[in-house]
Write a protein that binds this ligand. Structure first.
Ligand SMILES: Cc1cc2nc3c(=O)[nH]c(=O)nc-3n(C[C@H](O)[C@H](O)[C@H](O)COP(=O)(O)OP(=O)(O)OC[C@H]3O[C@@H](n4cnc5c(N)ncnc54)[C@H](O)[C@@H]3O)c2cc1C
Length: 493
């Protein structure tokens, strides 16, 4: 039995690995010059490492970690301390540090690192805390229901305007979307994962170029198991007859056939090559709802170190041209030698797309100099603006119901990719590997009559977990106690 996997990003490559392990013959093709899709990197003409974008690996990415263990590259993840720095314009350093104490106390304690935060009044910061902590008690059903409203609307209902501004860089970096366009479910679900305990707030960076750490090993693995792979093979048409895929056309001329076809392409690539008759099914109509949320990645090399030795973390910046950033010279000095190499994520980037690279760079450089005082006299050695392979799908309210399941109405066509149906997140590398596992679980069931279980599910552990269902009452309870105390005090006088 032969499978043709169309698209060789993380989801396509993980699917190929899984299929080969089930004894299915695999051919994987990609339109690009390199495999790896968006989780990728390459060397430029000077031999410098260019990441497609700064990627962070969360400790709750259990399926991604298992995939990396299988490839023998788990040690290429560089775990850093559970801490995020929030540099501010001409201001003191602030941080969210998750100490090793039982959840939810570790979250409450993390707010004290923000006492010097000037982007919003302190009282508003604390006003947001009960809502943030209260999210931990949401059931899966309640989270699903939150997909009908925006994150902007959800938070304005619960705390004064501007109370959650400190969280915007994370929301922008994660979804490339403004809060008023962003599903509340997406943010709530992410918060319930990273706030579930101090061990889940940890992140890792690639210990090297993003693609360098895993793509080569993955292709070696596929080759060793007898799989075939080819780049610069663009699927230009999918042909269907009698409820089955008969063949696909590559580069407009070459015909390829297989017993099973797995699309691991983006939704916009897939909907372009599907024949008209597909769109009679709601399943395929749903693919037309996906919109691209653009991003941009900028790397700037400075001739001197502009950060502090303890800045080996992710930076989150508000009111700034970039939202997430890191000094990769501190994190991976083996690759980025000397000075500081700042890697920045710019999103949402809808308005940046028409701007020239130089304008974007200058804006970023200015913002860096305002936030890292040591940059004042630093010289820029080089900068790169990456525009290709950018974007994620925009998780607007109501999008969850349009995400297609991996099993399609055609008996030999399956879909995978971070945008297809999964409860783990609205996208990202864990969604890419979870869907790659799910699609092969389904293929094994349908074609091999075999029940297999490849995915592992995130189940938070902690001594106070039993308290979570009641956590939402904490805010009103504290308000009631303080209110009663205040009234008693007033009566006394
Ligand atoms: C700026 C940025 C920052 C990100 N940061 C993070 C992060 O910090 N953490 C995280 O978890 N995730 C992050 N992500 C998301 C992560 O990169 C993706 O979730 C993951 O790489 C998706 O993998 P995929 O295989 O589903 O899709 P893709 O990587 O997009 O793969 C799709 C593949 O299909 C190929 N293709 C398209 N059309 C055709 C065609 N017609 N024929 C053949 N092949 C085709 C493409 O070339 C591509 O290789 C980020 C993404 C971006 C853009």
């Amino acid at each position: 039995m032969k499978a043709l996997v169309m698209g060789g990003g993380m989801s396509g490559l993980a699917t190929a690995v899984n299929l080969l392990e089930q004894g299915i013959e695999v051919e994987i093709i990609d339109a690009d010059e390199i495999f790896g899709g968006r989780a990728n990197s390459w060397l430029d003409k000077d031999g410098d490492m260019i990441d497609n974008a700064l990627h962070v690996f969360m400790s709750y990415y259990l399926n991604l970690q298992n995939f990396f263990k299988k490839l023998g590259v788990y040690d290429k993840l560089k775990w850093v301390k559970p801490e995020f720095h929030l540099p501010q314009e001409n201001g003191p350093k602030c941080y969210m540090r998750f100490n090793n104490m039982p959840a939810p106390f570790h979250i409450a304690a993390s707010f004290f690192g923000l006492l010097n935060y000037k982007v919003q009044p302190l009282w508003k910061l604390f006003a947001s805390a009960p809502t943030m902590i209260g999210l931990l008690g949401k059931t899966e059903k309640e989270l699903e229901e939150m997909d009908e409203i925006s994150w902007g609307e959800y938070r304005y209902r619960r705390a004064p305007k501007g109370s959650f501004n400190y969280f915007d860089p994370a929301a922008h970096g994660l979804t490339f979307t403004e809060p008023y366009m962003l599903s509340a479910k997406v943010m709530a679900s992410w918060i319930t994962h990273i706030f579930a305990g101090p061990e889940y707030s940890r992140i890792a960076f690639a210990d090297g170029g993003l693609g360098e750490i895993w793509v080569g090993s993955c292709l070696d693995y596929i080759k060793k198991k007898g799989g075939k792979f080819e780049t610069q093979k663009t699927v230009t048409a999918i042909n269907i007859k009698d409820g089955k895929i008969t063949d696909v056309i590559i580069n407009g001329k070459e015909k390829r056939t297989a017993d099973i076809y797995v699309s691991a392409m983006t939704p916009w690539a897939l909907r372009k090559v599907l024949p008209k008759e597909c769109f009679e099914y709601d399943y395929f109509k749903d693919i037309c709802y996906f919109q691209n949320a653009p991003s941009m990645s900028v790397q700037i090399w400075y001739d001197k170190t502009i950060t502090d030795p303890d800045d080996d973390v992710l930076f989150l910046t508000s009111n700034c041209s970039f939202n997430c950033s890191a000094d990769l010279s501190l994190l991976i000095p083996r690759v980025f030698k000397g000075g500081s190499m700042m890697e920045l994520v710019l999103s949402p980037a809808d308005h940046l797309e028409p701007m020239p690279d130089e304008v974007i760079f200058k804006q970023c450089d200015n913002d860096i100099r305002k936030r890292w005082p040591k940059a004042a006299d630093a010289q820029v050695k080089k900068y790169v603006v990456v525009r290709e392979r950018q974007g994620v799908y925009r998780p607007v309210p109501g999008m969850e119901k349009h995400r297609p399941y991996q099993r399609s109405p055609y008996s030999n066509l399956y879909l995978t990719g971070d945008w297809t149906k999964t409860h783990v997140s609205s996208g990202g590398m864990e969604a890419a590997t979870w869907t790659a596992n799910k699609v092969v679980e389904l293929i094994a069931e349908d074609k091999l009559n075999k029940k297999i279980s490849l995915n592992v599910e995130f189940e938070p552990k902690g001594p106070l977990l039993f308290l979570y269902p009641y956590i939402r009452y904490m805010g009103p309870a504290i308000a009631a106690i303080l209110g009663t105390a205040l009234v008693k005090l007033i009566r006394r006088f």
